[in-house]
Write a protein that binds this ligand. Structure first.
Ligand code: NAD
Ligand code: IPM
Ligand code: MN
Length: 447
């Protein structure tokens, strides 16, 4: 199994090194036969090759079995004409990674911002939508017809909608058998009505999955108020981008937001969050987001190649992560612990090497915390109920924490700077490490 590993920018090199260490331990423990190939993207590649995403890197990724991509400081890149390509976008389009699968769940002992516990997966369309840098065959999807007018095009296709719907429905069928379609069709009466209709058409192939839908603005509120009601959520690209950051933070924090970008032939592990320049180079970043993303990649590879040892390795990584997170003494600082990035990875690697294939966390099939609004049995909702979710009020749960203000250093301004060093922004003055907490594991399995 050839895995291309791309360190990226900001905290990328630290969390990618940590992830590779954990994968290497899983490789030794389960005999996976992993071979790592390091490639450069981001500022390192810009310096060396004049592009943040050289064409050759895409070809190496295409030839590999899987990719682990560290976060990139895309907002600070120069314009495309000067070599500033977004590696995320290039890989998602270049490898046709049309489904971005982003689980978020609360965990025992780790405080969460949401009023209820949650265990949901956002499946985000990943190749079209409002992403002007990648949604056109030629040229960008935004333009200025006159100096005082700026337009952006949002692209929704039947094929794009149907294939992401299929991924979401197949996932829902293995979990709590409920799918929520998130949209804004009260305003986007053509494009989002179209997206919803295409997803509903595919849903007819999955009669065991109950379907409902939700407007994106009220969805943002319900994620805070009552996320327990959601199982799998499918939505267009930018809604999914925004809601998944919200869900990860509500569940505990961005530092454990894992994801894969999956297509029919390729898969890429990538944390949900960005390059966190405010904490880069200080060994304080939580690597669990990318470690858990890598576990999702192993899970995807296990299914694709029919190799159960890859699935065992994925479960062992999830289990070891769960075990470390359960103990405040073995958490990273963003979670109130004391471990640095490297020490957390070392502890994970040791645990994976030591543990048996059955991790110490909940075995498959045992009850998990409280998705209270989840249906206990698969049932397709009646047509009337499928129009929208009902609204129920919910009291605050003991695990929920009150909001608090947080300071955050956003890094240097976005305006162009002449020197590369200024663009990197990796040597930012230290900001107080923002609190953030975890979010994934067992994303594919039902409770
Ligand atoms: P961010 O996700 O990098 O950071 C948001 C906050 O979360 C910061 O306070 C950061 O310190 C914290 N955080 C993020 N990951 C963490 C971790 N693993 N452990 C502990 N704390 C963590 O968002 P941003 O500041 O808006 O973006 C920074 C850069 O990342 C931008 O250039 C943006 O374009 C880019 N970006 C890249 C990706 C990607 O590569 N997948 C995703 C989002 C943003
Ligand atoms: C993500 C990021 C990217 C996106 C940016 C860096 C273009 O926010 O992967 O979530 O919007 O897709
Ligand atoms: Mn994002």
């Amino acid at each position: 199994m050839r895995i291309v590993v791309i360190p990226g920018d900001g905290i990328g090199p630290e969390i990618v090194a940590a992830t590779q260490r954990v994968l290497a331990a899983a490789d030794r423990r389960f005999g996976l036969g992993l071979a790592f190939e390091r490639q450069e993207a981001g500022f390192a590649a810009l310096e060396r090759a004049g592009s943040t995403f050289p064409r050759a890197v895409l070809e190496r990724c295409r030839a590999a079995d899987g990719v682990v991509l560290g976060p990139v400081s895309h907002a600070r890149y120069p314009p495309r004409a000067e070599g500033g390509l977004n590696p995320s976008g290039e890989l998602r389009i270049g490898l046709d990674l049309y489904a971005n699968v982003r689980p978020s769940r609360t965990r025992a002992g780790i405080p969460h911002w949401s009023r209820t516990p949650m265990d949901l997966v956002i499946v985000r369309e990943n190749t079209e939508g409002f992403y002007a840098d990648r949604n056109m065959h030629a040229g960008p999807g935004e333009f200025m017809p006159t100096p005082d007018v700026a337009l952006a095009v949002r692209k929704v296709t039947a094929r794009g909608s149907r294939r992401v719907a299929r991924v979401a429905l197949a996932l829902a069928a293995k979990r709590r058998r409920r799918l929520t379609i998130v949209h804004k069709r009260n305003v986007l009466r053509l494009s989002d009505a179209f997206f919803v209709a295409e997803v509903e058409a595919v849903a007819r192939e999955f009669p065991g999955v109950a379907i409902d839908d939700q407007l994106v603005d009220s969805m943002a509120a319900l994620l805070v108020r009552d996320p327990a009601r959601f199982d799998v959520v499918v939505t267009t690209n930018m809604f999914g981008d925004i809601l998944s950051d919200e869900a990860a933070e509500l569940a505990g924090g961005l530092g454990l937001g894992a994801s894969i970008n999956a297509g029919d032939d390729h898969c890429m592990a990538q944390a949900q969050h960005g390059s966190a320049p405010d904490i880069a180079g200080r060994d304080v970043a939580n690597p669990a987001s990318l470690v858990l993303s890598a576990a999702m990649l192993l899970d995807w590879l296990a299914t694709r190649h029919g190799r159960p040892e890859l699935d065992r390795a994925a479960r062992a990584i999830e289990g070891a992560t769960e075990a470390l997170l359960a103990d405040a003494a073995t958490r990273t600082r963003d979670l109130g612990g004391t471990l640095g990035t490297a020490a957390f990875a070392q502890a994970l690697a040791e645990r994976i090497s030591r543990d048996s294939a059955s991790p110490t966390w909940r075995p498959a099939g045992s009850p998990r915390p409280a998705p209270r609004a989840a249906p206990s049995k698969a049932r397709r909702a009646p047509a009337s109920a499928r129009r929208r979710c009902g609204t129920r009020s919910r009291r605050s749960t003991p695990g929920a924490r009150p909001s608090r203000s947080r300071s955050r250093c956003r890094g240097s301004p976005r305006r162009r700077r002449s020197s590369l060093r200024a663009r990197r922004g990796d040597a930012m003055p230290p900001a107080s490490a923002a609190p953030s907490r975890p979010a994934s594991a067992r994303w594919r399995r039902c409770s």
